[in-house]
Design a protein around this ligand. Structure first.
Ligand code: ZN
Length: 161
């Protein structure tokens, strides 16, 4: 079952990458959930929430570790605002945006079709394109599909609006 493409408005993406870069300060991995609504035309990202705003302990060891308490906060915010989690994004230290073992075995949302993005260099990367990012979609049972940003079947794309 192919899920509909997730559209990220370019301005939201620029704000997100800038925010993760600032929070990472060139020294630690950071991440965020992308939230939005499911419509007939597809899925549009309307906002994001950074892990360390949801769970202050999320980033203490320099690797992204998100705790249960953060999730209940996340679900409350989504419910209040009528939003769904559409994807997550986190940063890696180097240009290597392949998933780590931990990334593979611990999807932030263990739901088939969930999309995970990885940004290189603690987020110091293009704010205009998804090309430098690792793009993965959870296929269930520890398996992930990998996509290139410009592929026709890529599950996520930047939109002008
Ligand atoms: Zn990772």
């Amino acid at each position: 079952m192919a899920s509909k493409q997730i559209q990220i408005p370019l301005l939201t993406w620029r704000r997100l990458v800038g925010d993760l870069t600032a929070r990472g300060a060139g020294t630690r991995e950071t991440g965020a959930f992308l939230m939005g609504k499911q419509g007939d035309e597809g899925r549009a990202v309307l906002d994001f929430l950074c892990y360390d705003d949801l769970d202050r302990r999320a980033l203490t060891h320099g690797i992204v570790e998100f705790h249960r308490g953060g999730f209940s906060k996340l679900w409350d915010i989504c419910k209040d605002r009528g939003l769904q989690v559409l994807a997550d994004v986190h940063t890696h230290p180097t240009l290597d945006v392949r998933q780590s073992y931990t990334d593979k075995v611990n999807p932030m949302l263990p739901v088939r079709g969930h999309v995970a993005l990885i940004l290189p260099r603690y987020g110091v990367t293009s704010r205009w394109s998804l090309a430098p990012a690792g793009i993965y979609r959870f296929a269930g049972r520890g398996r992930w599909d990998t996509f290139l940003a410009d592929a026709a079947d890529c599950p996520v794309k930047l939109s002008l609006w």
